[in-house]
Design a protein around this ligand. Structure first.
Ligand code: SF4
Length: 510
């Protein structure tokens, strides 16, 4: 059997880091971990090829070669999926679809021959067994509350991947999140009880990346890395620390976690010792009523800025997610978000408009209230919404633009970078991971931002300050100037007049 695994194209988003990646000559941030894991579940004797359309083109010869084309995608890749399906169908290829997009919206894809939904550890073996018997079905789903045992998950097939195209590799330790935020589809897809891989599996995955020659960044893709704190602190992190130390810290890590990470000093210290450098935290909003509305209980009744600063002081950079468009957002929310972001020193602030993802509790509520206008495009930073907001749409869009143009304006952005770097001290002994491509990236930054950029005066002031006052943060200062360059470009592109405002038939306030 010949299997072609294809990862559809992502649109340019805030998180694509397209303009930042160009500085280091990388084509994508991370590889398609889901497909690589699926590859590990397929019979070893089958021939397999992986094509990630974000780093390479799909040749007709590859399509012709394949007996089956496996596609996995997220909602944001919808357009790429449609294009890919059309190409496969034109050549009469049989398609197997899986992953979050198909799991939630499978009814929209009747042309996909076999929909192998939910977690592949459960449904893929059933499909393979039927295929062997010559009776493959159209639809494979897991039962209600039927979740995969991650201790059975194979090591991703790294041998199918060209490492050089990516900025960081991926590792998944857990699935599921103990919280249940109204807008989030993670508990829908993976449940509320965090399921984890064991210590030996995590070490084996690190070892396999190491043996394939990878050095540098590893993104722990868990939606909430600290879902099972006890196991992390007692087993996983100590084992990772020992593994890293024995090999002189070949990897640095980043991940995603809930804000209660700030409450656990031991966990913070342990993560930093392992080599974690940054963590994405869903802050969402400083407005308490909006936090109640979306059931973000872990963010309520706490000084969110103090929590962020505490994580930063321990040596972790904090990236933050923020949402505008909650029913309880007051007209002052835009100013408050700006003030919060500036004070927190969160340099990478991903501010999005609320989008209602299919299947979520929010979707059910909005549907009952007759407020769903369209299916979400899975991108909450492209200045579009898919529901009727409480606030007039024009005010919401104007406010959103105000937040974005302010926080990424050179003056405010560089102020925030300095606010953060002044307080931040990289942990002693932290290993830098210089690569050959960092040197040209540095000169490119000097040239593109320092000479041609509208932000050049801020750039040189930051460079001067970090070189003379705090040289240990100089590499990070350069990195942030490149991030700022990317964010400004993406925002301006998405704000092109022909792309906004999106006018649904009725975006009048409820
Ligand atoms: S904490 Fe994060 S992953 Fe967990 S339910 Fe909330 S938004 Fe989703």
């Amino acid at each position: 059997m010949k299997i072609l695994l294809v990862y559809p194209k992502f649109p340019e988003t805030f998180w694509s880091f397209k303009y930042a990646l160009q500085f280091i000559k990388k084509k994508a941030g991370n590889p398609p971990l889901g497909l690589l894991t699926v590859a590990g579940l397929l019979p070893r004797e089958w021939e397999q090829k992986l094509v990630d359309l974000n780093v390479t083109a799909l040749k007709e010869a590859d399509l012709k070669w394949a007996d089956f084309v496996f596609i996995s995608a997220m909602a944001v890749q919808k357009d790429g999926v449609r294009e890919l399906i059309a190409r496969c169908k034109a050549l009469g290829k049989r398609i197997v679809g899986g992953g979050p997009l198909f799991t939630v919206s499978w009814k929209d894809y009747p042309e996909v021959d076999h929909l192998v939904l939910h977690e592949a550890e459960i449904t893929l073996p059933r499909f393979l067994a039927d295929l062997e018997q010559g009776v493959p079905q159209h639809l494979y789903t897991a039962g209600l509350e039927e979740w995969a045992d991650l201790t059975q998950t194979p090591i991703p097939r790294w041998d199918l991947l060209a490492f050089k195209n990516y900025n960081a590799m991926c590792l998944q330790y857990s699935r599921g999140c103990p919280f249940n935020c109204e807008f989030c589809d993670i508990t829908l897809l993976y449940g509320q009880r965090p399921r984890t891989k064991n210590r030996e599996q995590v070490l084996a995955e690190l070892e396999s990346l190491y043996n394939q020659g990878w050095r540098g960044g590893v993104f722990m893709v868990d939606d909430n890395f600290i879902g099972n704190k006890k196991e992390l602190k007692e087993e996983i992190l100590p084992a990772m620390e020992e593994w890293q130390a024995e090999r002189k810290f070949p990897f640095c890590f980043n991940t995603q976690a809930s804000i209660n990470l700030a409450d656990d000093e031991e966990l913070l210290k342990s993560m930093v010792r392992v080599g974690f450098e940054s963590v994405f935290v869903g802050i969402e909003t400083p407005h308490e009523e909006s936090l109640s509305e979306c059931s973000k209980v872990q963010n309520k009744n706490r000084d969110l800025i103090a929590s962020v600063k505490k994580i930063q002081r321990h040596g972790l950079q904090v990236q933050g997610g923020f949402i505008l468009g909650f029913d309880h957002d007051p007209p002052t929310i835009f100013e408050r978000q700006i003030e919060f972001i500036q004070k927190s020193g969160i340099v990478t602030a991903m501010v999005g408009l609320l989008n209602v993802l299919k299947g979520t509790k929010l979707y059910q509520r909005m549907e009952k209230e007759g407020r769903i206008l369209a299916e979400s495009r899975g991108n909450n930073t492209d200045q579009q919404i898919n529901y009727r907001p409480k606030m007039p749409w024009e005010s919401l869009l104007k406010g959103y633009n105000k937040v974005m143009t302010t926080i990424y304006a050179p003056k405010y952005f560089y102020q925030r970078v300095k606010e953060f770097l002044q307080e931040y001290n990289p942990p002693k002994g932290r290993k830098l991971h210089p690569r050959l491509y960092h040197l040209p990236a540095f000169f490119k930054a000097l040239f593109i931002i320092g000479i041609w950029g509208e932000e050049r005066s801020y750039f040189w002031r930051l460079i001067g300050w970090s070189l003379f006052k705090k040289p240990q943060v100089f590499p990070l200062a350069i990195t942030y100037t490149i991030y700022g360059f990317h964010f400004r470009k993406v925002f301006l592109e998405q704000a092109e007049p022909e792309r906004v405002p999106l006018t649904f038939p009725d975006t009048s306030p409820v």
